[in-house]
Ligand binder design. Structure first.
Ligand code: GDP
Length: 647
């Protein structure tokens, strides 16, 4: 049984990338964070990496501790010398620094060497308290931990058979089970295979998966990637792979529709290798199972592979403690009040327990399982409908059992207060405008970027140029790159990975923009690659010129077009959102791609020239010197706003 790369890296407190590279240097064949190594190799690489650190410190009698943000003054105290003489030494080393200036590790190491001190880096433990996280921090003793069922999410391209597969697996349970085969749709269900349970989340696709992650909750243990054998890897397949990789969950491939005469399972395997997933029979460590969801063929093997992977992951929980879990979905039911589907993650949830979930609190009044039966207790990895919460929590909120109703109410109230305060101050997401100060404060070591463009060639070009911007302080990391407009899903992935979004010749839709505003995700769009690269580079160096910022005023839909002699083509348009102002600029979009940017040449209501038209009204719009407007196009209306420098 092997050890997963990402787990080993986590154990060692290093990045996956460093571990993989070291292993490759040692001649060990690993391809991704999902690869496995045996214990012997793990020990070897630990010695190589961690041993090297220790060795470096050897030879010094005295060692000082370096902490992020260490100033000249801190260092003088650590070395027990006067700040002035330290500053003189620094100058000799070519470092001009004032007494309160922060030093980086290399600088500290250089000076320490002069005084014959070694330097050891210690993690800065100060983390902001996560108010929405769990209140109680139980330490589970090993002897209380028991294996629990794995939790599975099914992902893949549209129409590749995710829903059919989920239904087919559910049916294996129904035919095997007794109770007349009625199942309840509660957002998740469990099946039993060889006496072992598997929990499936019922919302296929990576959108739900990632929006939960964006809230800091990870429900899924294993991702099933459905790829149709007659269609191969498609854009959403790649998205799904990237989403699963970003979450570091193992991926099992279900090559579906093998009953189709034009099925080419080998082609799918070939294409998978291009995305770092090499199937076992070709020497890799990715499990791929050919299935037909429609004809329910080979599903038992898929289920067995899930159990096998789960075994490798050693998923454990402690059923004997108070429960905590994740809200999978929740709604207000007319008769029953707030109904939340909870996936119990640890402990056992019982009727009568006092609970808090996000901003909602209450007491478990009743629980209903996926077979529609009332149950009294729900052990780890069980999905249940819970009645009894005061409000409707959000999907992705953590649920927790507390001592009594009063404590649950207090926690919910405290969160509401904190949320209000957060809304007033704005919280810390990554933003190009203050990227430099975040880098300086050491808040960012990795700049995560999500790239969307109109054609694949541009995606690659932008990605490549951006990767080259990595410096010693900040590593630029591309979370995902794809063709098409910026979608809500992109925004959720960016939010989950604290990434910014670069759109090249594409725009976010209205919904994506709304979500981005809510999640405070920075979306930057460009028409020239050079400009995008320059902006990021400048932002990293603190040179971004924030004088003018684009503001979106509104969006209109072109419902008709008219040719007006001597004037050109006028769009008969409807303002779907915001407003149009005569002085603003417009951007003509077709399928999320930018066709033209320009000035408004005329804005009319009926026959009259007007200065602005508001949401919900129709108008006629002309674009200066441009006639190729088509029905169905969308116009984004924007203007520039002066931004005051904050520095
Ligand atoms: P989703 O969008 O990924 O959820 O895909 P669906 O489950 O809705 O399936 C899309 C279409 O593919 C439907 O018409 C299914 O009947 C069909 N389909 C799904 N699985 C199979 C299969 O194994 N074989 C064949 N021939 N068709 C399938």
């Amino acid at each position: 049984m092997g050890i997963r790369i990402y787990k080993l890296a986590e154990d060692m407190g290093i990045e996956n990338k460093e571990l993989i590279e070291t292993l490759q240097d040692l001649g060990i064949d690993v391809t991704s964070h999902m690869s496995t190594v045996d214990e012997e190799t793990a020990d070897l690489v630990k010695e190589v990496i961690l041993g090297a650190d220790e060795e470096a410190e050897e030879g010094f009698e005295n060692v000082i501790e370096f902490e992020e943000g260490m100033t000249v003054k801190d260092l003088s105290e650590a070395l027990d010398i006067a700040p002035n003489s330290l500053m003189a030494d620094l100058i000799n080393l070519g470092i001009m620094a004032t007494i309160n200036q922060e030093l980086d590790f290399e600088q500290v190491e250089k000076v320490a060497m002069v005084y014959d001190y070694g330097v050891e880096e210690v993690e800065n433990e100060e983390e902001e308290e996560d108010i929405y996280g769990l209140v109680n921090d139980f330490e589970d003793k090993d002897e209380n931990l028991e294996l629990r069922p794995p939790v599975i999410t099914v992902m893949g391209h549209v129409d590749h058979g995710k829903t059919t597969l989920l239904d087919a697996i559910r049916k294996t349970e129904v035919t095997a089970g007794e109770a007349g085969g009625i199942t309840q749709h509660i957002g998740a269900y469990q099946v039993e295979v060889d006496g072992k349970k598997i929990t499936f989340l019922d919302t296929p696709g990576h959108e739900a998966f990632t929006s939960m992650r964006a809230r800091g909750a990870q429900a899924t243990d294993i991702a099933i990637l459905v790829v149709a054998a007659d269609d191969g890897i498609m854009p959403q397949t790649i998205e799904a792979i990237n989403h699963a990789k970003a979450a570091q969950v193992p991926i099992i491939i279900a090559i579906n529709k093998i009953d189709r005469p034009n099925a080419q399972p080998d082609r799918v395997k070939q294409e998978l290798t291009e995305h770092g997933l090499v199937v076992e029979e070709w020497g890799g460590d990715t499990i791929a199972v050919p299935v037909s969801a429609l004809q329910q063929e080979n599903l038992d093997e898929l289920l067995e592979m899930i159990l096998l992977t789960a075994e490798m992951e050693e998923l454990k929980a402690n059923p004997s403690r108070p429960a905590n879990g994740i809200i999978i979905e929740a709604e207000l039911d007319k008769g029953r009040g707030s109904v939340a589907t909870v996936l119990v993650q640890n402990g056992t949830l019982r009727v009568g327990d006092a609970i808090v979930a996000g901003l909602a609190s209450g007491r478990v009044r009743a629980m209903i399982n996926d077979k529609g039966e009332r149950i009294e207790e729900a052990p780890p990895a069980t999905p249940v409908e819970v009645l009894g919460l005061s409000d409707v929590p959000n999907a992705g909120d953590l649920l927790e059992v507390l001592e009594d109703d009063q404590s649950a109410r207090n926690v919910a109230q405290m969160r509401k207060n904190k949320m209000r305060a957060d809304q007033l101050t704005g919280n810390t997401t990554v933003n190009l405008d203050d990227l430099f100060s975040q880098i300086q404060q050491g808040d960012i070591k990795e700049l995560n970027i999500l790239v969307k463009a109109d054609v694949q060639g541009s995606v690659e070009a932008v990605k490549e140029s951006l990767l080259k911007l990595s410096t010693d302080e900040v590593e630029v990391n591309i979370v995902h790159g794809g063709v098409g407009g910026v979608t809500e899903t992109d925004v959720m992935l960016a939010s989950a990975s604290k990434a910014i979004i670069i759109g090249f010749n594409v725009r976010p839709g209205v919904n994506a923009r709304k979500v981005a505003e809510k999640e405070q995700v920075d979306i930057r769009t460009y028409r020239i690659i050079y400009k995008a690269i320059e902006d990021i580079k400048n932002a990293m160096e603190g040179l971004l010129d924030p004088d003018y910022k684009e503001v979106i005023l509104g969006q209109v839909e072109v419902r008709d077009t008219f040719k007006v002699p001597k004037v050109g083509v006028i769009a008969g348009a409807y303002v779907t959102n915001g407003m149009v102002s005569r002085n603003a600029q417009v951007r003509l979009l077709r399928d999320g791609k930018i066709i033209k940017e320009g000035e408004i040449s005329s804005l009319k209501r009926f026959k009259d020239d007007v200065r602005e038209v508001r949401e919900g009204y129709e108008c006629g719009i002309g674009i200066e010197g441009y006639n190729d407007i088509k029905e169905g196009d969308v116009m984004e209306v924007f203007d520039f706003e002066e931004v005051k420098r904050t520095l």
